[in-house]
Every structure is written in structure tokens, then in C-alpha cells.
Write a protein that binds this ligand. Structure first.
Ligand SMILES: O=C(O)CCC(=O)C(=O)O
Ligand SMILES: [Fe+2]
Length: 357
């Protein structure tokens, strides 16, 4: 059974579900679930508070980039991912790497920047999930629990089975807030002991420039409450083990409905920034694949029965992508969007975008 008290545990040290044995199998799994446990790449688990990870100047820069290029992949405006200038790309990469350094200090591990994004969290928020492992099923004594009983069974100590998500080549994630807590209502970042738990064991609302880093497996189930008012702009940074390569398609923008209007620094962008730095004379280098949207709806994520209705599944998202009218010609003037208080304070407006066709 899952013990009911976590009183003796500090932040990020809540009980981890299914602690592994040397063989990689958990006792609960051996007894309850015939499916193999797939390993995640995070060597440490739980979540850690990071102090100030980025400066006010970094925040201003990210907000201005977001204001220039943000798009909502639930109903995308741009046909393809807008291209950053080499300077913007370099700046975004440098800031993301500062967060990677802070994450590396928090977990005492050398890390590689995989991707980053700036989200303006939507009113849906993010239901409880692990970033790199996907909820699969719940088991008790060799029997799969039917879907409507999964949450209750998990709460009662049944074995929750996770499988590797698309992003399983990653190990850690960080959320760094770009606005202060009084600029938005709701939007708390919550951490849970176990999948299925009703109440979070940690609930945080960091100041601008501050954040949390957490492992990507089911030992850091986390959620973000829907934003009720204002704008919750947050920098998300994902890492992979040092020296490893991005898996799959490096140009993919991993997107969740709760992400809201966002900008992305894909692995391909990161490579491009490195190539630009090496050959600064090669102005206008555009990378191998060019810019494009390749959104992945997070039907990947484990859902709790209560919040499942909030999710748009992958098929729906792709239908949406092929549906609405979008600007397509080069040099089309982008619409003015409602400006955030933060962007208004910076005097930013939406620019003319050339899609470089
Ligand atoms: O917005 C946040 O702080 C976290 C978002 C998140 O959990 C995710 O995108 O996977
Ligand atoms: Fe997440």
C-alpha cells in the first residue's frame, strides 16, 4: 500500500512510486504487472528549487522573442515555425544553457540542452503527468484494472505502469517563471507523490527568474493549474544526458494544449546556433530541414480520469492544423495580438513577419 504520511519528507523528497530493485524490476511490478518496466534516463529523482537561474535582462529578451513569434498550435496562425535571426537564436540558446547549468548543479550531473520553450500557460493548465514517461495502465495481482477504476486503484496501492514517451531521450526538465506571481491567478506548479493522488504534496509559485527542476520519470508527477487571469509566461528547458544525441526528429515542437501561445527552441535550432557560432561568416544559415511546425499533441501524457476531458488528442490536433486559414505569402503582416502586461511594459508590438519562402 502507499503510505499515507509524507510528513518527514522535504521538498522533492516525497515518496517515489515503485522504487526499483537491482534487477530494474519493482516488487510491485513483479507481483502485479506482467509488463516490463522501461528505464528512464534520469539518474536522480524528485524536484529541486533553483535560485535565480536567469537575469532580468534575459527575461526581457525572452519576453520580446515571445511577443514577436508566439503561436498557439491548437489553432496555429503561422504555417511554419517562424525563423529566429542568428542573434535571437544565439540569445535564446545562451539563456537556455544558463538554466541547464543551474539544473546540472541541482542534480550534480552534466547535462546537454535538448529543447526549450516559452509558454503562456492556458486556462486548461497541465493535468498531472511525467514528462518523459507515459501513463499506460494500472495493475493488481496480474489483472489490468478497468479504466474507470484506475485512479482509485492507484490510490489504493495498485501498480501503475508507465511506458517510454516520445521524449524518453531526455532526463530532466526545468520551469523558470518569467513573470511574478502577482501577475496571474492560478497557474501553480504542483508535484505529487504518486500518479492518481488527489492532493499535491508540493505547490509552488516562484518569482520571476526563479524556478524548479525535476526529473522526467514517474517519480516527478507534476501539474500546472489553469491560469484564471493574467499571463503566466514560463521558460521550460529540457535536457538529455551529456554527449547524447537528440532522438527522433530534432525539429519537433513538443506541444501540449496547456502550453498556450508559445515559442520553441528545438534541438535543430540548438544545433543551428552552434553551427552559426562556429561559422559566424555564414550569415543566414538555415539548417538542414528548414523551419516547420511539427507539433506533437500530448496524448503522450498520462491522464487522470477527472482531467482527461481537458486533453485534445493527437488526431484532433492534426485536424485543427490542417483546417484554419493561415497567412502563407512571404511578408504578410502578422495580426496584432492582445499584448501581455509584461510585453506592454516593454513597449513591444507584433512585427511584420517574413516566412522566408
Ligand atoms: O509550465 C510549467 O511550469 C510546466 C509545464 C509542463 O509540465 C510541461 O510542459 O510538461
Ligand atoms: Fe511537464
Amino acid at each position: 500500500m502507499v503510505p499515507s504520511s509524507t510528513a518527514a519528507l522535504g521538498p522533492g523528497e516525497c515518496l517515489a512510486q515503485g522504487a526499483g530493485t537491482a534487477s530494474g524490476k519493482t516488487n510491485a511490478q513483479v507481483w502485479h504487472c506482467p509488463l516490463p518496466t522501461q528505464p528512464a534516463l534520469c539518474m536522480s529523482h524528485g524536484w529541486r528549487r533553483m535560485g535565480k537561474a536567469i537575469s532580468l535582462g534575459d527575461i526581457r529578451l525572452l519576453l520580446s522573442l515571445w511577443e514577436l513569434y508566439n503561436d498557439d498550435l491548437c489553432k496555429p496562425w503561422y504555417e511554419r515555425k517562424p525563423e529566429y535571426t542568428p542573434k535571437q537564436l544565439a540569445d535564446f540558446t545562451v539563456i537556455a544553457r544558463k538554466v541547464v547549468a543551474a539544473m546540472g548543479r541541482a542534480f550534480n550531473e552534466e547535462l546537454e540542452l535538448d529543447q526549450a520553450a516559452v509558454n503562456c500557460t492556458s486556462h486548461q493548465g497541465h493535468p498531472p503527468h511525467a514528462d518523459n514517461m507515459q501513463f499506460d495502465s494500472v495493475w493488481w495481482q496480474g489483472q489490468r484494472i478497468r479504466e474507470r477504476d484506475e485512479v482509485l486503484a492507484a490510490q489504493g496501492g495498485a501498480h501503475v505502469h508507465f511506458r517510454r514517451a516520445w521524449t524518453a531521450h531526455r532526463n530532466y526538465c526545468a520551469s523558470v517563471l518569467l513573470v511574478d506571481p502577482d501577475e496571474y491567478g492560478g497557474g501553480e506548479l504542483e508535484f505529487f507523490n504518486t500518479w492518481g493522488e488527489k492532493e499535491p504534496c508540493d505547490k509552488v509559485k516562484p518569482g520571476a527568474g526563479e524556478g524548479y527542476t525535476y526529473c522526467g520519470c514517474q517519480k516527478s508527477i507534476h501539474a500546472v493549474r489553469g491560469v484564471r487571469w493574467g499571463s503566466r509566461l514560463v521558460l521550460l528547458v529540457w535536457t538529455r544526458p551529456k554527449g547524447s544525441k537528440p532522438a527522433g526528429d530534432a525539429g519537433t515542437c513538443y506541444f501540449k494544449p496547456g502550453s498556450g501561445p508559445s515559442i520553441w527552441l528545438t534541438s535543430e535550432d540548438v544545433d543551428k546556433a552552434a553551427a552559426n557560432a562556429e561559422t559566424s561568416t555564414r550569415r543566414g544559415f538555415r539548417g538542414r530541414g528548414g523551419m516547420r511546425w511539427r507539433p506533437v499533441a500530448n496524448s503522450e501524457l498520462g491522464h487522470l480520469a477527472a482531467s482527461a476531458a481537458l486533453w485534445i488528442n493527437g488526431d484532433q490536433l492534426f485536424r485543427l492544423l490542417s483546417g484554419p486559414p493561415r497567412p502563407s505569402a512571404a511578408g504578410v503582416e502578422a495580426p496584432l495580438r492582445p499584448r501581455t502586461a509584461a510585453a506592454a511594459a516593454l513597449g513591444l508590438s507584433h512585427p511584420q513577419i517574413s516566412d522566408g519562402v
